[in-house]
Design a protein around this ligand. Structure first.
Ligand SMILES: Cc1cc2nc3c(=O)[nH]c(=O)nc-3n(C[C@H](O)[C@H](O)[C@H](O)COP(=O)(O)OP(=O)(O)OC[C@H]3O[C@@H](n4cnc5c(N)ncnc54)[C@H](O)[C@@H]3O)c2cc1C
Length: 323
């Protein structure tokens, strides 16, 4: 069995978890086994009903009101018990911020290895071969884990969502949450920008750097983003450090790793730490007035020019397309 942890927020499934489940289904089929999913918290029966259509032949609902709010220790503890009971070959996570927090904790509890932020999973000679970018995305490392179970997190927006046919069974379990000596729990989730989607989940990212010149000009990027469905505004660290936009928008080594279908970079030089977070984007368009800017080395489409002239033209063209 390949077990996938399904991340939820406000009783809704996060899309990267469904990508992980789709990949788990594909890998499980290649190994001749089943894909299962696990959801934590109460009131999740409705969500569980949707998971078979994404590949889960069985859904485990671990119920306890204490799990309604994320806590690394509690989640790792109840997941570890389930994994010990089921004995899956692998446990898949999506490498979201939460997945990057929880997967290592589970691996440590189980005393097994972790493959994080993988961009490819294949089956060779009956075992899993994993691939992940290293050296800020300049090389790809392929490797195998020799432990069991294998804990694996998959980079969001890399693996396709695949609809599956067939019904699945749901197993509801009321679980105990062990008393912890110390406890860190999320007490409040603040959503900046209303319904804005997170950069790590966006299909299109409209990103700005120091070339945007000031916080007021990020409004130009928001206007572009509003014209593109499933898009989000991203930023370089220079823009974030200057206080022009919040850290949750930062892309790069110390920000978020993103793989959108389209990454639009305005006034971003392309420092290695920025490329580390976005070079796996499917199509990269860079706008920069410096023809030698390093971002052009990874860009599929290059616009050498002043972004303050390019953005209004792009906006007009997008408006025409929308109408
Ligand atoms: C440990 C460490 C971690 C880091 N982590 C990150 C990270 O996660 N993410 C990240 O982004 N950086 C990170 N950095 C910082 C990184 O090294 C760069 O300093 C940063 O990415 C530069 O941001 P920038 O491209 O916006 O600014 P700059 O390098 O100053 O580039 C601005 C660009 O805008 C162009 N420009 C200016 N005006 C215009 C105009 N009118 N029209 C068009 N183009 C224009 C310029 O030609 C230039 O190329 C990290 C650094 C360190 C040391």
């Amino acid at each position: 069995m390949i077990l996938t942890y399904i991340e939820t927020r406000e009783k809704k499934i996060k899309k990267p978890s469904l990508e992980a489940l789709s990949e788990a289904k594909r890998i499980a089929a290649a190994l001749g086994t089943d894909a299962a999913a696990v959801v934590l918290g109460t009131g999740m029966e409705g969500l569980a009903a949707d998971l078979p259509s994404c590949g889960a032949s069985r859904v485990y609902l671990l119920e306890n009101a204490a799990l309604d709010r994320y806590s690394t220790q509690d989640y790792a503890a109840v997941l570890a018990e389930l994994v010990k009971k089921l004995g899956p070959q692998a446990v898949f996570f999506s490498a979201t911020a939460l997945g990057k927090d929880l997967a290592p904790r589970l691996a440590a509890r189980l005393g097994v290895g972790l493959a994080s932020d993988c961009t490819q999973v294949s089956v060779r000679d009956g075992t899993l071969e994993l691939t992940r970018p290293v050296f800020a995305g300049h090389a790809l490392l392929s490797f195998r884990l020799t432990c069991s179970p294998q804990v694996i997190s998959l980079r969001p927006n890399v693996f396709p969502l695949v609809a599956a046919a067939g019904a699945g069974e749901t197993t509801r379990e009321s679980v105990e949450v062990p008393a912890a000596r110390t406890r860190a729990e999320v007490t409040e989730v603040l959503q900046e920008g209303g319904a804005e989607i997170d950069v790590s989940e966006a299909d299109v990212i409209v990103s700005g750097g120091r070339g945007m010149k000031g916080p007021e000009n990020f409004a130009l990027l928001r206007e572009i983003s509003e014209l593109i469905p499933r898009s989000a505004v991203g930023a370089s660290r220079s823009a974030v450090d200057s206080g022009w936009i919040g850290h949750q928008h930062q892309v790069g080594q110390t920000g978020k790793t993103v793989s959108p279908n389209l990454y639009l970079a305005f006034g971003i030089s392309g420092a290695i730490q920025h490329l580390a977070g976005m070079s796996s984007s499917k199509v990269i368009v860079a706008v920069n007035k410096d023809p030698d800017a390093p971002i052009f080395k990874v860009a599929d489409f290059r616009v050498v020019g002043d972004l303050f002239q390019v953005i209004p033209q792009l906006k007009e063209e997008l408006k025409k397309l929308r109408s």
